[in-house]
Design a protein around this ligand. Structure first.
Ligand code: LLP
Length: 427
């Protein structure tokens, strides 16, 4: 670990020997809340949102933060104050953004399996747009809108059949994936929508995958969409909105990543002439590098020829390494002058071989009790956390204006059994 002297994630830096986030000592935060804990930088989220929003300033657009990346209410409220819209994929996420004070008109509802109850909830709150993913969903939406006598604003998510060249679990825009509507069925659905009085189909969109580091798949999908818009307009349909989804990747291990400006330069020449309002649904790009997961070393051990660093965070706190073979940088919260590096797996306490944060990683041999920061965990960190092994979920802290604020308490043992019924109730 000591050989990593310049962390490639910006809100974090060393002052002397100590790791700081936006002027606040990580060690001091931990002395208040314990480990494991997530710590986020509000400043970095502001910077990233500003950068994305500015990149598209020359066209009518709305950035709709993808709530699934990090859905803590304080984070959602921060986005609201920045003027962000929201991309939700469940009734629960819609509930969260409304709790955080979002304007429902700034909400788009995506997802391949919306239920009638979720659709009713979203209709009753008059959300901005439904991103519809199948003929059957369009039918259900039209029927529910009619029943509630509320106009549903909708766009179709097409499946552009482009390869985003990312991890197969997070690629979503190929024909064999469950997502989106075959581009050849789109006209038919627009025709069907014409006869539905409470349905206004007025947009197209795509979301081709996540952690995408090349701009070509975006440009390819944008070109496919642009062609479709021209065809539909020629057939007399009105298209006002285009949703380009999320998916722009971040740097986890020093990869070169395209800035939002570069995405704009690549897709705007294709889309600007259409005169549509553009929606974006970035998640990871906005919050990923703003977060660290801090954990404490419990033990060092050796089995055969392998070294293990056992820490107090587990795959229930951060599942990305085991689920996607994701690489996350691991930094000491206190740098040491000791040298002595070794190769080790950094593992958690959970009873699964898949409970690891790093494998065969070269790092400075830590001491039990030392703190480690797992980098770039602001996106899909806590939001994928679970109570597996009956482990309480950890607290979350937001650093803003050089102040650390608790935005989620550590769960208690009582939280673990909340909702469970010791003397079962007869139904
Ligand atoms: N819009 C839709 C419809 C999506 O399905 C997603 C992510 C996003 C936007 C936001 O994508 P982003 O900008 O964050 O790449 N758990 C995985 C990532 C799953 C992404 C699922 N959909 C991970 O930890 O890498």
């Amino acid at each position: 670990m000591s050989n990593v002297t310049r962390p490639n994630f910006h809100p974090i830096s060393y002052r002397g020997r100590h790791l700081f986030m936006d002027g606040v000592s990580i060690r001091e935060v931990v002395s208040r809340v314990g480990t494991p804990c997530y710590i986020y930088s509000a400043g970095d989220i502001r910077r990233r949102f500003g950068e994305f929003d500015d990149a598209f300033a020359t066209v009518p657009h709305r950035v709709c933060y993808a709530v699934k990346a990090n859905s803590n209410l304080a984070i959602l409220k921060l986005f609201r104050t920045l003027g962000s819209g929201f991309d939700v994929v469940s009734g629960g996420e819609l509930f969260r953004v409304l709790r955080a004070g979002a304007n429902p008109r700034a909400v788009v509802f995506s997802g391949v399996g919306k239920t009638a109850e979720e659709i009713d909830f979203a209709l009753s709150r008059r959300i901005g747009q439904f991103n519809v993913e199948s003929a059957a969903e369009l039918e259900l939406l039209a029927a529910r809108a009619q029943a509630l006598r509320v106009k549903a604003e909708a766009g179709l998510r097409v499946n552009p059949d482009v390869d985003p060249r990312t991890h197969p679990y997070i690629a979503t825009g190929l024909r064999e994936h469950k997502f989106g509507i075959d581009i050849h069925s789109v006209d038919e659905l627009f025709r069907a929508a014409r006869s539905r009085p409470f349905l206004r189909l007025r947009g197209l969109g795509f979301h081709i995958g996540s952690q995408i580091l090349s701009l070509e798949p975006f440009a390819d999908a944008a070109a496919i969409l642009a062609n479709k818009v021209r065809q539909l307009r020629a057939a007399g349909f009105e298209i006002h909105t285009l949703d380009l989804g999320g998916g722009l990747g971040i740097s986890y291990r020093g990869e070169r990543t395209p800035p939002a400006q570069a995405l704009a330069r690549r897709v705007l020449p294709i889309l600007r002439p259409l005169g549509c309002t553009l929606f974006f649904e970035p998640g990871r790009w906005l919050v990923g590098r703003a977060g660290v997961l801090v954990t404490r070393v419990l033990f060092l051990k050796r089995n055969g020829r392998k070294n293990f660093v056992v820490v107090d965070a587990g795959m229930n706190d951060l599942i990305r390494p085991t689920l996607y073979q994701a690489f996350h940088q691991i930094l000491p919260v206190e740098r040491s002058t000791r040298t002595g590096s070794f190769r080790a797996d950094v593992v958690g306490p959970i009873c699964e071989t898949g409970d690891f944060f790093a494998r065969d990683r070269r790092l400075r041999k830590p001491q039990p009790g030392e703190l480690l920061a797992i980098g770039e965990t602001g996106a899909y960190g806590f939001s994928l956390a679970s109570n597996y092994n009956a482990r309480p979920r950890c607290p979350e802290i937001l650093i803003d204006a050089s102040r650390a604020r608790l935005i989620r308490r550590r769960e208690s043992p009582a939280d673990l059994v909340r909702g469970e019924i010791l003397s079962p109730i007869r139904l």
